[in-house]
Write a protein that binds this ligand. Sequence first.
Ligand code: FMN
Length: 378
Amino acid sequence: MKHITCIEDLRQLHMRRVPRMFFDYADRGSYSEDTLRANRADLEAIKFRQRVLVDVSKRDLSTTILGEPASMPLILAPVGLLGMQHGDGEIIACRAAQAAGIPFTLSTMSICSIEDVAANVAKPFWFQLYVMKDRGFIKALIERAIAAKCSALVLTVDLQVIGQRHADIKNGMTVPPEWTLSKFFDFATKPAWVAGVLRGKRRTFGNLVGHLKGTDDITALAAWTATQFDTTLNWKDVDWIRSIWPGKLILKGILDVEDGNEAAKSGAQALVVSNHGGRQLDGAPSSIEALPEIVDTVGSRMEILFDGGVRSGQDVMRALALGAKSCMIGRAYVHGLGGGGEAGVAKAIDIIRNELLTTMGLCGVNTIAEIDDHVLAI
Ligand SMILES: Cc1cc2nc3c(=O)[nH]c(=O)nc-3n(C[C@H](O)[C@H](O)[C@H](O)COP(=O)(O)O)c2cc1C
């Protein structure tokens, strides 16, 4: 990985090594992708103040995330189907995160199950919950996360209806993948992927299989999701979830101040300012545009996490400067996973770590706690 110097290099590798339908599933957004682009453009527009002749010899990235020590303010976001990007994808991404001293979040829509990941990693991880119509199943899923000693529950609140992603429809995205003629040529040029994923033992939704109808072969993921996810989900259900889950609760997918206020009243310890990486409400503001007002309104009552468009340590610094306590990354590590497996995820984290360390130095800052809007040129 000597010549990999930035997340875009990992993205190029991901594009070459993983079949088109799974690369596009990760890389693309919903509808016209306006919000996907805004996430990046609005981060890039934020400029730093270059400061000089400050002693920056004792820079330290360590911090706490929901009271737990972390080596840096970074979390691997929940991402569905990691096991389709690379064999055993969830297990190896979790291992890379734990080796780096940061939290990993397992998606409900993972290929490796909660129990499978727990049995194959050293420490507790976070579990992300999607609420489906079958509440008995959801209660059992939360209880499985408790039994697996998951250290936080991330309730995703922005996907009760699904934003259409054109690429998934055009590519005929299925789980597990089908060997149609058009896909055959794509797969044939990716032998390592075929060996790891198609010949691997984990090929469908590990948490759902056997529990929900049709999970052995979900021909159209979006259509299946539309039939299973509960569109009645509302703030009262957060109380119900709280009554089952005794640990730390994080609400992911808050983009509006009024919702932030409700979140603060819900008993959750943290929220994630997020538009699902531009995969849901196309035309919504970028996450970074929404962040400052939410921090101002509820930042003293809960821990504010951030995601959407983070591709570098500079981006982490920008979000922290605008009040986030730490950042989640989605695509940045998925590109590492697809491009280079566990080493690729470790590389993605390392790239962001080094960029953040350098950016702090060039802005004259030594600690994470010192980062605020004084580092910005506004
Ligand atoms: C391929 C892909 C799958 C995702 N699956 C989930 C999921 O299962 N649950 C969830 O809460 N968020 C999911 N997300 C959203 C991420 O958790 C995160 O909010 C988003 O990726 C952040 O934007 P970024 O990719 O620009 O970093 C997914 C994102 C991607 C790219």
